[in-house]
Design a protein. Structure first.
Lengths: 247, 606
């Protein structure tokens, strides 16, 4: 396996009883780039993510990433950290450095996600939602993931905080050459963060390609519907245009 | 234990338990001799000065025996409880570490045992293990275990579903370590609480066993054994039953009260500390509103004890046929403003305002029942979670109809027809069919539309929608927003639309009020968001990626945090995050009208 080979998901199927949540889905995530995954809720995005992360049994293959080198960051900041464990311990759980160097490593990771190293002794309840998400990102990075999956990580955050977390992800991608699968139902966010985008519906892929192509010239009617539904705050929109869009 | 009981029942329980512990420690050294002294001349006596509670068939002092028996009774109960909890916790966590099949078998077995009567289980075990103290302890332990196993399993399963467990698994933390480091610490507290209650149960159970002759055997004695012996002579010396019976009852009661109040303390989050909230002072505002105003709020303040003031002198006006957006980050006081208008501020919060007028009627001038009637008929509230607004047990149509018969005085047939018509109006397909369905049969978007339809049943004057689309997808969100817009246009109701998403607000509303730290800092027409002047509003707009955002540049961010409702200072609340702040900003800028419909609370912008 070459280190530059893309992460290749192929023929992935996840069933819950008789329900097929993900249906023979194939998707390529090039190394060092960010691929967006969009679709309405229930379309199977999180299920796909969990299967790729090894949290759910599935059929199909995932190549280009060693087993156990996938890390995930979740949507709900209040559930993604153990309330009884200090931030430092949570991050240390993922590091593979010897015990003696652990504190330094935790400090480095905290600074990487723009938190003071002194936060290591704090507990999740002392942090805001955005800070919890930063810690979750640091914990995922601690393990040196070959693929990082971000599942709606800004959906529960305020707009101003979302901006900071998105900026952070972009910086990290530049600095660390992260390979990322970025799940969101907000196409504006996906457009801003991702290089490529895949559109999912009813457990299948309906369209995928470079972000400019899919957003600039969507081929599938469902992608167009998703695009139309994005709330817009453009300076060009006059009052009549704005109200017409909603009507 | 972090929370100690404060209520009288809890204190009583704690007192009884403390007394019992003291007796268990010091009872035997003090009274064991008296309790063992056989006195053939004082057999089976009643109460006397020498023997307060009389003597038993061998002339031993019953009070001394009862006091001495505390240690054995409590000790055995503690042992049984420990056996029960340990076995239960083990059984309850096994499914987490065993392979799936085996885990399921354990769960099934536990379910079966829980359904089995506890005392029968105890006796059965005791018969197998031997009719002595050891057998009784094992029996009671066995009887306690299934309930603990079930509790542990339920709690473990819910903690195991948390994302931090998934994260630990991805990091390669072994299963048993996940259990000991993440799962057990998070369920320890409820388990300990239940142990206090189980202790009471074990004590009663053991006493019952000894009383039936299956537990402690002579010459040893616990309270149950004393009861058993006394019962043989109940016709000769009825008073002999009193002491052990009282002891058993008192101890059972003590543990129960203590466990109960622990459980209750754990269920309640503590109320904010501090004295009662002073009713915020109202400043009169004399100006008369325009005639088509459906909601007028003047100087609304909501305060909680301890100086927490989530809403500070907010004034809002909503006209008929208009949607006013209320936007701001979480904690800025949007929902509390809505709650205050709907008279739903949770205890112990206090609302103060110069005026809240709904459809031209001053809420302050009404009696409680008049106010309820007015709110019931002219205010509709839609919340983020539609499931909480609908009763899962009832059909959708019936619930809608009830609103009309309750507050609108409609007959049942009228109400039914109206329900179907309203469902149709919110673009629910096959409205008559939908009316016959239960809430869980509808999708999230349909449920939210049904709640809006419910709000429209009585032609409200004002609709308050608090984050109605936050839980929905963009496509569904679009539908719900459209339905809201249409409802407002057609019925000429006014709407207060609350959201943290400035793009959504900009799209559906006519005017926007931006809240920060409890105050409105800017009010402007929705179309003018790009000409927003307040530094906070501008930062909000800038931090939002839209379909035209420059992808090569970082998003605008706002450094720092919004102050909590308890620590808002004297000056401009935005000052320590604001790039334009000057010395002037140490005093608070008032919201001032700049041009026509645009007001800003800021010193430094024009
Ligand atoms: N544990 C489960 N058991 C049964 N069905 C599930 C389970 N988890 C998810 N599903 C179903 O799988 C589908 C896809 O869900 P999900 O992956 O969460 O979608 P998304 O992430 O796009 O919102 C949904 O219909 C959901 O109800
Ligand atoms: S008043 Fe001062 S601190 Fe407040 S927003 Fe205006 S410039 Fe900034
Ligand atoms: Mg999801």
């Amino acid at each position: 396996m070459n280190i530059n080979d893309p992460v290749n998901i192929s023929g992935l199927t996840v069933r819950f009883g008789s329900r097929t949540a993900v249906d023979r889905l194939s998707l390529e995530v090039p190394k060092g780039s960010t691929t967006g995954l969009v679709g309405e809720s229930g379309s199977g995005k999180s299920t796909l993510a969990r299967a790729v992360a090894g949290l759910l049994p599935c059929r199909g293959t995932v190549t280009g990433v060693a087993p156990g080198r996938v890390q995930m960051v979740f949507q709900d900041p209040s559930s993604s950290l153990d309330p009884r464990m200090s931030i430092g311990d949570a991050i240390a759980e993922g590091t593979r450095v010897p015990r003696a160097r652990r504190a330094a490593e935790v400090g480095r990771l905290l600074e990487l996600v723009a938190l003071p190293a002194g936060y290591a002794g704090k507990y999740p309840r002392e942090l805001s939602g955005g800070q919890c998400q930063r810690v979750a990102i640091a914990r995922a990075l601690a393990a040196g993931p070959e693929l990082l999956i971000a599942d709606e990580i800004t959906s529960a955050l305020d707009v101003s905080v979302q901006g900071a977390v998105l900026n952070l992800l972009r910086e990290l991608r530049g600095e660390l050459g992260l390979t990322m699968l970025f799940i969101s139902h907000n196409l504006a966010v996906v457009r801003y963060v991702c290089d490529a985008v895949a559109v999912m519906r009813h457990g299948r892929l309906v369209e995928s390609g470079p972000v400019q192509d899919v957003i600039g010239a969507p081929r599938h009617a469902y992608t167009r519907a998703l695009l139309d539904a994005v709330p817009r705050l453009s300076p060009a929109a006059s009052d009549t245009e704005r109200v017409r869009r909603v009507r | 234990m972090r929370r100690l009981p404060r209520n009288p029942a809890g204190l009583l329980g704690a007192g009884i338990v403390a007394l019992l512990v003291l007796l268990a420690l010091f009872g035997p050294p003090l009274w064991a001799d008296a309790a063992a002294r056989i006195n053939p001349r004082e057999i089976s006596q009643g109460s006397s000065a020498a023997h307060l509670l009389g003597t038993d068939a061998l002339g031993r002092d019953l009070l001394a025996r009862t006091l001495t028996a505390t240690r054995l009774t409590l000790g055995l109960a503690l042992l049984a409880t420990l056996i029960g909890t340990a076995t239960g916790i083990l059984l309850g966590t096994l499914p987490q570490v065993l392979p799936r099949r085996a885990g399921r078998a354990v769960i099934a077995a536990v379910d079966l045992l829980v359904a089995f009567p506890a005392l029968l289980l105890a006796m059965f075990t005791a018969v197998v293990a031997g009719l002595d103290a050891q057998g009784a302890v094992l029996g009671i332990g066995a009887a306690l275990a299934p309930a603990f196993a079930r509790l542990t399993h339920t709690m473990t399963a819910s903690v195991a579903g948390a994302d931090y467990i998934a994260a630990a698994r991805m990091l390669g933390v072994p299963r048993h370590r996940v259990l000991t480091r993440h799962v057990l610490p998070n369920i320890a507290e409820p388990l300990i609480l239940n142990t206090a209650q189980a202790m009471g149960g074990a004590l009663l159970g053991l006493s019952a066993m000894s009383f039936l002759g299956m537990g402690v055997q002579a010459p040893a004695y616990d309270w149950g054994r004393l009861l058993n012996e006394a019962f043989g002579h109940v016709y000769v010396t009825p008073s002999a039953v009193v002491a052990p019976a009282l002891a058993v009852t008192l101890a059972g009661l003590g543990f129960m009260l203590l466990g109960d109040s622990f459980a209750r303390a754990a269920a309640h989050t503590r109320a904010p500390a501090g004295g009662p909230a002073a009713a915020p002072a109202a400043v009169p505002a004399p100006d008369e509103p325009a005639p088509d105003t459906v909601l007028e709020v003047r100087d609304l303040t909501v305060a909680f004890p301890g100086g927490t003031t989530p809403v500070r002198q907010v004034s809002l006006t909503v006209r008929a046929g208009e949607i006013l957006g209320l936007v701001g980050e979480s904690g800025s006081g949007k929902s509390m403003t809505a709650a205050a208008i709907g008279q739903l501020v949770p205890h112990p919060g206090r609302t103060g305002s110069a005026r809240i007028r709904l459809g031209g009627v001053d809420l302050d001038g009404l009696t409680a029942s008049e106010r309820r009637r007015l709110l019931g008929s002219s205010l509709a509230m839609v919340f983020q979670d539609p499931t909480s607004a609908l009763n899962p047990a009832l059909r959708v149509g019936g619930q809608l109809a009830e609103v009309a018969t309750l507050h609108g005085g409609a007959t049942r047939t009228e109400a039914r027809d109206r329900a179907v018509e309203r469902l149709d109006r919110v673009r629910i397909r096959h409205p008559a069919d939908t009316a016959r369905r239960h809430p869980h049969e509808l999708s999230g978007g349909m449920r939210q539309r049904a709640v809006i339809a419910m709000g429209l049943m009585n032609t409200p004057r004002l609709i308050i929608a608090d984050e109605p689309t936050t839980a929905l997808d963009v496509t569904v969100q679009r539908e719900v927003l459209r339905v809201l817009r249409e409802a407002v246009d057609e019925t000429r109701a006014g709407a207060l639309f609350i959201s943290h998403d400035i793009a959504v607000v900009g799209e559906v509303c006519d005017r926007i009020a931006v809240m920060y730290a409890g105050r409105v800092v800017e009010e402007l027409p929705a179309g003018a968001l790009h000409q927003a002047r307040h530094p906070y509003t501008r930062a909000l707009v800038g931090s939002l990626p839209d379909m035209d955002t420059d992808r090569s540049r970082p998003l605008t961010t706002i450094p720092g945090r919004q102050p909590a409702p308890g620590d808002v200072g004297e000056g401009c609340a935005f000052a320590d995050r604001c790039a334009l702040a000057t010395a002037r900003c140490a005093t608070r800028p008032e919201l001032r009208t700049r041009t026509g419909t645009h007001s800003v609370a800021c010193w430094e912008v024009k």
